[in-house]
Structures are given as structure tokens and as C-alpha cells.
Design a protein around this ligand. Structure first.
Ligand code: ME8
Length: 517
């Protein structure tokens, strides 16, 4: 058999690209952190990974925000794109490219896909009239809107204001793709996850698809339509195309395109499911381009169950959150507390509980207690174990089984379940440690104490390797305390037991308790 980690397929993962019309919020941070954990996991598991994130800079919303702020839309885009990039830095997001839709290669890719769609006969000129939401950058049918008492109208689903729009536009023949899309969802049930989202989309498509307007003439902040510079592309056409630009499209012969397309995984939030699972595959089918393998839809974050809004005053700046709790605690909390794919809530109390119970008690104390005993009683070296008892073997077997378990959970993006499994083993290790009473063995049976400490720090090492995708910094400090070199932290290293006699540095706490002032 090939060694573990060998010949793993290349993995291309993307986040949605954010509108840089304002500062990022905790929902953005959640998307980046979760995608980053997925990307890091695949790298540690031996895959060649390409991880892309970025900003979606065109469209009416950007143009209107710039006008309101009295600055050039290019400056607004550049300024806020930098703010997003800085957030990525603060959150330790390991992206391989940060794409901006104003990048030169993206103009080329957007024009190329448009021309392919036109060549397929799927684009025609028509007069569009209907309701447009600038906030959503989306067209709605009258039936999808609600008339309010004050005479204005809003999108029923998203509650954003819509305005009547009449324009001569280029139109995409989405209606022609109904059957092919339904066949896609049928033949590839894994294409949309979780299943609830898939079911929603299947029934939406079954209810009938209308052609969609894909250009605008009333403003000019966008990619110009090839051959008709009076039109700019509807922002979602160029936005979705970013996923192709990132791997070299339209150069389909390039090494990166051949290696990384089709994308393995698009990570998005629930409000943009339709764009990614209906429009996007239809555009690609029309252009004759292979479809991405999977779109995973995460839920929305709410502050104590309430929608974040500027007027309620409960919008949390993710950077302030990191300042308050520390980056690893925030990353861990979001991925452990919320079932990935469902909506979730955060609150100070919930974060502190996770920090103190899971990080400080279950993992931090275990590492600190066992390593302090090693420092004091084993000459600050990894002790040499004697023969393993049944308890020792059961403990090691539980830890050894974690890699396969985490891998299968990460493969279906069940990040919270992978963490639950790891913390289950940590609970077991704490019980093992208490039961074996190495502090008593120190006097009665030092050789047995050495074995118990060996088993315990071996579990800590395995957990340290496995939590790297979620808490890169803390995991690295744990592995430093165990004397593990940078080269021995891959998932293949899990199977190689920690070597006895390795000299260890002085132990230091990794997860101090959070104490309210
Ligand atoms: O939609 N909780 O950009 P965006 C969790 N430019 N996730 C949330 C959230 C919340 N409260 N609010 C938003 C766009 N999101 C487009 C994407 S992709 C080709 C173009 C998620 O800045 C949202 O679902 O409004 C999306 O995945 C991401 O944040 C960016 O949202």
C-alpha cells in the first residue's frame, strides 16, 4: 500500500469574496476561519492545496457607497480591500491568493467566460423590467417582494429595499438549464451541502427558472461587456468568475488550471446559495467548463440569537474579539460551538465557558500537569515506557483512531464533530490520568509513573498535531513543549510514537483561564 499521505489529489478551496463596501463583521471572520481550518487540514493530510479568498469590488452597491462617502469608487474598493486583507492577517488565514475583482487577470477571465456563453447562444438582448435590490445585488420578481405600508417595497426573503428597474439588458437563458440542473443535483447529491440547502434549491429549480438579466447600462462600475461598452456585466457574473480567474482561466492549458480546476469546495453563507448552486453551474455548463465538486453552505452568526445590526448596536468587530479573547480561543469557539452548516450564536458567556472548560481544563491542564511531572521527575526528558497495560493500550488506541475520524468528519465539513471527537479523547485521557495517579506512583513505582506519563504526553502530541488546523498558534506551542520539530507535525507523523529520552523545554501554560475583570 502507498504510504499514508502519498498521492493525494490537489484540493482547491474558496471563500465567497466579500463586498468591500464597509468593514468586515464576525460573519466574514467565521467564513474565513472555517475555510482556513479546512485548507490547513488538507495540507497537513498531504494534499497540495490552493486556497483563495478576496473582495468583490464591482456593482451598484459599491458605486452608491462611494458616492455617499464622497470618494472615488476605486479608492473605496482599495481601502476596504486592505481592511479585509488585514483581517485575514489577524485571523492567521493561510490563503494562497487574495483576489480582487479589479485585478487585471480577472477582467480577462470575465470577458472570456462571457464570450463562451454568448457563443453557446445563451445570451440575448431584451428589455428587463423588475425589482432590484442594491443591498443584495439581486433581481426579484414581484411575487418575491412585499409592499410595505409606506408604499415602498422590499424583498420578502431578505428584507432589503427594492427599486423598479427598466433597462435594455443582456439576458442569460437560465430557463434552458432547468433539466440539466435537476439532473446535476440528482446525480451529484454531494454538490450542495447540507441536505436542507440542497432540498431548498431542488424545489426552487423545480418551480421553474426564468431567464436572468446579466448586464447593466445605468452605471459603469464593472467589467465592460465584450463588444458593447455601454454595458457592464451584472456584478454576480464577474464575481462568480473569480473562482476561475484564480487558477489561470482562460488559459485552460496552464498547469494550475489543469491541477486545480474543477474546484473541490466553495464555502459560502446561506444568503448566496442560489447564486452558487443555480446560476454558477448554469454559467459553467453554458461555457463548457467543468463544474465545481461541492458547494458547502454555512449558517449565519447571531449575537445572542439576535441579528447583528448597526441600529441595535450589537455588531461585533472581529478584531476586537480577538483582542479580548485571543485568536486561538476565537477560532476554537466558532468551530466547536456552532454545528457547521447551521446558524449559530455567540456571547461572552459562551466563549468564556469554552475557553475555561475545553481549552484551559481539558487540554491546557492535562499538558501542564503531565509535562510538569516529566520536568521534575524524568530529568526533563520524554520518559522511557515499560510494558503497556490494557489501560495504556486502550488510551493509545483511542488517540490513534482520531486521525481517521477527523478525516471523515472534515471530508463532509463536520468540523464541530471532529473537535467533539478530539475532546472526547481528551476527557478519556483526563480520566486515565486521574485513575493512574502518577503523583502516587512517583513514590511507589517510578517505572510505572514513567509509562503513564509517556502515554499521556503521547496523547497530547497526537491532539496537538490534530488541532493545528483550528488553533495553529496554540498547537504549535504545545508541539514545541513536546520537543517536536517543524518537520514532524504532519498527519503522517501521528503514527510515529514520540521518542523516549528527547530533551524537553521548561513547561509553560498554553491556555490560561479567562477571568472576568
Ligand atoms: O455576498 N454570518 O458578499 P458579502 C455568517 N460579494 N456569514 C455571513 C453573515 C453572517 N451574519 N453575513 C454575511 C457577498 N455572511 C458577495 C459574494 S461570491 C462570488 C460573492 C457571509 O460581503 C455571506 O453569506 O455580503 C457570504 O458568504 C460572505 O459572508 C460575504 O458576504
Amino acid at each position: 500500500a502507498a504510504p499514508e499521505g502519498a498521492e493525494r489529489s490537489p484540493f482547491y478551496i474558496t471563500t465567497a469574496i466579500a463586498y468591500p463596501n464597509g468593514a468586515p463583521h464576525i460573519g466574514h471572520a467565521y467564513e474565513y476561519i472555517s475555510s482556513d481550518a479546512l485548507a490547513r487540514f488538507k495540507r497537513l493530510d498531504g494534499h497540495e492545496v490552493f486556497f483563495m479568498t478576496g473582495t468583490d469590488e464591482h456593482g451598484l452597491k459599491m458605486q452608491q457607497t462611494a458616492i455617499k462617502e464622497g470618494i472615488d469608487v476605486r479608492d473605496l474598493a482599495a481601502r476596504n480591500s486592505d481592511v479585509f486583507q488585514n483581517l485575514d492577517k489577524v485571523l492567521n488565514i493561510s490563503y494562497d491568493r487574495f483576489i480582487r475583482t479589479t485585478d487585471a487577470d480577472h477582467q480577462v477571465a470575465s470577458k472570456a467566460i462571457w464570450e463562451k456563453m454568448a457563443a453557446s447562444g445563451d445570451i440575448y438582448l431584451d428589455t428587463y423590467s423588475g425589482w432590484y435590490s442594491v443591498r443584495d445585488e439581486a433581481f426579484y420578481t414581484e411575487a418575491e417582494t412585499t409592499l410595505l405600508d409606506d408604499g415602498t417595497r422590499q424583498s420578502t426573503e431578505t428584507g432589503t429595499p427594492v427599486e423598479w428597474t427598466e433597462e435594455s439588458n443582456y439576458t442569460f437563458r437560465l430557463s434552458a438549464y432547468e433539466e440539466r440542473l435537476l439532473a446535476l443535483y440528482e446525480e451529484h447529491p454531494e454538490f450542495i451541502a447540507p441536505t436542507t440547502r440542497r432540498n431548498e434549491i431542488v424545489s426552487f429549480v423545480k418551480s421553474g427558472l426564468k431567464d436572468i438579466s446579466i448586464s447593466r447600462t445605468t452605471f459603469d462600475w464593472g467589467v465592460k461587456v465584450p463588444g458593447d461598452p455601454d454595458h457592464v456585466m451584472y456584478v454576480w457574473v464577474d464575481a462568480l468568475t473569480n473562482y476561475l480567474t484564480g487558477v489561470g482561466y482562460p488559459n485552460a492549458d496552464s498547469e494550475e488550471f489543469k491541477k486545480f480546476w474543477p474546484a473541490s469546495l466553495h464555502i459560502i453563507g446561506k444568503d448566496i446559495t442560489r447564486f452558487h448552486t443555480v446560476y454558477w453551474p448554469a454559467f459553467l455548463m453554458s461555457a463548457g467548463i467543468e463544474l465545481p465538486e461541492r458547494v458547502f453552505v454555512h449558517g449565519f452568526l447571531y449575537n445572542k440569537g439576535e441579528k447583528m445590526s448597526k441600529s441595535v448596536g450589537n455588531v461585533v468587530d472581529p478584531i476586537a474579539m480577538v483582542d479580548q479573547y485571543g485568536l486561538d480561543a476565537v477560532r476554537f469557539f466558532l468551530l466547536r460551538e456552532i454545528s457547521y452548516g447551521q446558524d449559530g450564536s455567540y456571547s461572552h458567556e459562551a466563549i468564556v465557558t469554552r475557553m475555561n472548560a475545553d481549552l484551559s481544563n481539558e487540554l491546557g491542564n492535562l499538558a501542564q500537569r503531565s509535562l510538569t511531572m516529566v520536568a521534575k521527575n524524568c530529568d526533563a526528558q520524554v520518559p522511557t515506557p515499560g510494558e503497556f497495560t490494557e489501560d495504556d493500550l486502550a488510551m493509545l488506541a483511542s488517540a490513534d483512531a482520531l486521525l481517521a475520524k477527523c478525516r471523515s468528519e472534515f471530508d463532509v465539513q463536520a468540523l464541530h464533530l471532529a473537535l467533539e471527537a478530539i475532546w472526547g479523547v481528551l476527557g478519556e485521557t483526563n480520566r486515565y490520568f486521574s485513575k493512574q495517579e502518577p503523583w502516587v506512583l512517583r513514590k511507589t513505582d517510578p517505572a510505572r509513573m514513567a509509562t503513564v506519563l509517556y502515554v499521556t504526553i503521547e496523547v497530547v502530541r497526537i491532539v496537538g498535531i490534530l488541532v493545528q488546523p483550528v488553533m495553529p498558534d496554540a498547537a504549535s506551542r504545545i508541539l514545541d513543549l513536546l520537543g517536536q520539530s517543524e518537520e514532524s507535525r504532519q498527519f503522517t507523523d501521528i503514527a510515529v510514537r514520540i521518542d523516549a529520552n528527547r530533551k524537553l523545554p521548561a513547561p509553560a501554560p498554553v491556555f490560561p483561564r479567562f477571568v472576568d475583570e
